[in-house]
Design a protein around this ligand. Structure first.
Ligand SMILES: Cc1cc2nc3c(=O)[nH]c(=O)nc-3n(C[C@H](O)[C@H](O)[C@H](O)COP(=O)(O)OP(=O)(O)OC[C@H]3O[C@@H](n4cnc5c(N)ncnc54)[C@H](O)[C@@H]3O)c2cc1C
Length: 438
């Protein structure tokens, strides 16, 4: 009997997996713990981390699936509601929805002695075990909160961004947002319109990129052949100074890195509010202190609500970390192209990439590569074996020549151009006529 391929998650990556397995004529079955497709873009799904004000930070044309463009009337930076509608349309258009079991959580993925995996899940019909030829893990990277342990005790309310949904929670409160990444800045801007006061604690300087430059989405201006990193960094940091000014003027620290060596913050509203005195910059937190917080510069302020915008961590609770060549805590699984595990030939991770501008098409290409490889295993075993040999060898450089900051959250960061080039090269090698080589 032929076993189907399992897809875990019906977010953008899981949908891309289902669609590509379908395109290659491979049987599949999907598992999704939420009520429908859309992943974290469904604000009502249990592991969603979007909030009412969330919109894309990359523009729609650099983010959408190429084979399914967003409707012309959709805004440049659509809201989470618009994006959920897009994923529902995508799944309906390609007839993918009925292939998923919804409200069904995968609790264990264990290797089967005869190949493939046993997938254990719990859903509306209770517990279930099913054997699958392979497993494509697409359970997302931005759902498991990274909560630093701050010394001291806080008597007010302390939440992580994953728990934040609506700005009304700020009404009349003195608010501190810890962290100035993309979610932290969005949430600080939300708070301005409701809170009694808003402070933002930052550990380092960031580059703030506006959503529009000369009336066009900023990320549509740098398409085409990538410039060498140093040249691009020099040009873009000058342009940025021209358009958004120097963040140091607003009280933010000077970045300790060059632009693109960390994920840029796509938000100019936060600078606008800093310039209006609506948000105050604070240094790193030293300790929680009863009704307030003490900072590294010795200052102290009282707060009613502290929001930890301290990011997320990788989380694959249903898998033995050894199968991912991972410690299970810090860093990231050691996978070829962030997808293939040399520890098991039937295990694939999708969506475990962070990159500026990779969009859902970058995730779609990951899925395309896995589906092409699975098909090649029966139709062109030599090409499949060649990929396996590369997966067992040294890791290719996916940095595009940028020196990324050695931070936890950068452990699976890639340069979008270098990454997509490497994935496409593998897809082309699998598509080449048998015996043509690479
Ligand atoms: C506020 C915010 C703004 C963002 N803006 C952008 C942007 O502008 N551009 C961009 O490209 N990306 C953006 N992202 C990143 C976002 O993660 C991706 O767009 C995309 O959602 C990743 O898709 P995914 O399918 O890999 O993961 P997810 O969307 O997280 O989907 C994972 C799915 O797996 C399911 N699941 C998890 N565990 C299990 C289990 N054990 N069993 C069954 N199902 C399970 C979840 O319920 C979920 O539906 C943003 C994220 C946030 C939070």
């Amino acid at each position: 009997m032929e076993h189907s391929h399992a897809v875990i998650g019906a977010g953008p990556s899981g949908l891309a997996a289902a669609r590509n397995l379908q395109r290659h004529g491979l049987a599949w079955e999907g598992y999704e713990l939420g009520p429908g497709v859309g992943g974290l873009w469904d604000i009502d799904s249990p592991r969603s981390t979007v909030y009412e004000s969330a919109h894309l930070i990359s523009s729609k044309h650099t983010t959408e699936f190429l084979e399914f463009p967003m409707r012309a009337e959709v805004a440049d930076y659509p809201s989470h509601r618009e994006l959920l509608a897009y994923f529902r349309d995508f799944a309906a258009h390609f007839d993918l929805t009925s292939g998923f079991r919804f409200h069904t959580e995968v609790t264990a993925v264990t290797p089967h002695p005869d190949g493939g995996f046993t997938v254990t899940s719990t859903g509306p019909d209770g517990a279930r075990e099913a054997r699958h030829a392979s497993v494509l893990v697409a359970n997302g990277t931005l759902s498991e909160p990274n909560r630093p342990v701050l010394p001291g005790r806080f008597d007010g309310e302390l939440i992580h961004t994953s728990e934040y949904k609506r700005a009304q929670v700020f009404a009349g409160k003195r608010v501190l947002v810890v962290g100035a990444g993309n979610s932290g800045c969005d949430i600080a801007v939300d708070a301005v319109h409701h809170a009694a006061s808003v402070d933002i604690s930052v550990r380092r300087g960031y580059y703030f990129v506006p959503k529009y430059v000369l009336g066009r989405p900023a990320d549509t201006l740098n398409q085409g052949r990538p410039l060498p990193p140093r040249l691009k960094q020099a040009i873009d940091s000058r342009l940025l100074k021209l358009f958004t000014g120097d963040p140091v003027r607003f009280g933010l620290p000077k970045p300790d890195h060059r632009i693109y060596e960390s994920h840029p913050v796509v938000n100019s509203l936060v600078l606008h509010h800093l310039g209006h005195g609506d948000i105050t910059v604070r240094p790193d937190v030293e300790r929680l202190d009863g009704d307030g917080v003490r900072f590294r510069d010795g200052s102290r302020a009282a707060y009613d609500l502290v929001v930890l915008a301290t990011g997320y961590r990788l989380h694959y609770p249903f898998l033995d970390p050894a199968l991912l060549r991972w410690s299970g805590t810090g860093g990231a699984p050691d996978l070829y192209l962030n997808i293939f595990s040399p520890a098991h030939p039937d295990l694939f991770v999708l969506g475990m990439i962070e990159a500026s501008g990779i969009g859902w098409q970058g995730r779609y290409e990951q899925a395309e590569l896995v589906a092409a490889y699975l098909r090649a295993r029966t139709e062109d075993p030599a090409a499949a074996a060649a990929l396996e040999a590369r997966a067992a060898g040294p890791r290719p450089d996916l940095s595009g020549g940028y020196r990324y900051l050695g931070l936890e959250r950068m452990s699976y960061y890639v340069n979008k151009d270098a990454y997509r080039r490497a994935v496409r090269a593998e897809i082309e090698a699998l598509a080449a006529p048998a015996g043509a080589g690479r």
